[in-house]
Ligand binder design. Structure first.
Ligand SMILES: Cc1cc2nc3c(=O)[nH]c(=O)nc-3n(C[C@H](O)[C@H](O)[C@H](O)COP(=O)(O)O)c2cc1C
Length: 191
């Protein structure tokens, strides 16, 4: 997996790691800057950079884990499930929240700005994998919950978290997963 011989080999073999298989060492310093720089080099209609990257270290991850339980349970969500959701933050060695940040002054539609945030998430995962790290793109209910996002990141709708990108070193090679057959997804339009 993640054959780094050539760019196309990489794209044809790339594979995320399950978040729970990620551990130290994490990308830091220049290695992390390289990943963030690559994530910012994505298609972006209008050159708005309609995303922000919040690098979440251990103290922030503990705060987000506590908030997950506090807000989730207050909203009537199942406490056991909230513990499980909180653990994805608590157990993570490093997470970058990709925040979709709407530029309301721009004439580029909101959905195009949000698509660019999704592209930044994919690019961040790929840059981490291409650097030899493991990565996983997670969301969960917290990513688009207005109250959670206000308390966790100080953002208001329509801004939301396009992805929590978990980064680290994969403790095991993730098993391959089935990929779609081209015949199921490609429509050839000749007329
Ligand atoms: C927008 C988005 C949100 C996702 N959220 C989760 C999630 O919350 N939990 C999860 O296990 N996988 C989630 N995934 C799936 C994984 O990130 C990933 O797509 C899957 O493990 C296979 O990745 P790969 O194709 O890079 O190998 C999400 C994917 C996307 C695109």
């Amino acid at each position: 997996m993640n054959d780094l011989s050539t760019p196309i080999d990489f794209l044809l073999t790339r594979r995320s790691s399950p978040a729970k298989a990620l551990q130290a060492p994490v990308p830091e310093g220049a290695a992390l800057d390289t990943i963030l720089t690559a994530a910012a080099r994505v298609p972006d209609h209008g050159k708005l950079a309609p995303w922000r990257f919040a690098v979440l270290g251990p103290a922030a991850l503990t705060r987000l884990a506590d908030l997950t339980i506090e807000i989730g349970v207050a909203q009537g969500r199942d406490p056991g499930r909230m513990e499980k959701a909180a653990k994805t933050f608590r157990a993570a060695p490093l997470v970058v929240a990709v925040i979709s940040k709407h530029d309301a002054e721009a004439k580029i539609p909101l959905f195009e700005q949000q698509l660019s945030a999704g592209a930044a998430c994919a690019a961040m995962v790929n840059a981490a994998l291409a650097s030899g790290f493991g990565a996983a793109w997670l969301t969960g209910w917290v990513a688009n919950d207005a109250e959670f996002n206000r308390c966790a990141h100080g953002i208001e709708p329509p801004d939301f978290v396009a992805g929590y990108i978990h980064l680290g070193t994969a403790s095991a090679t993730p098993p391959e997963r089935p990929r779609p057959d081209l015949s199921d997804i490609v429509i050839r339009v000749d007329a």
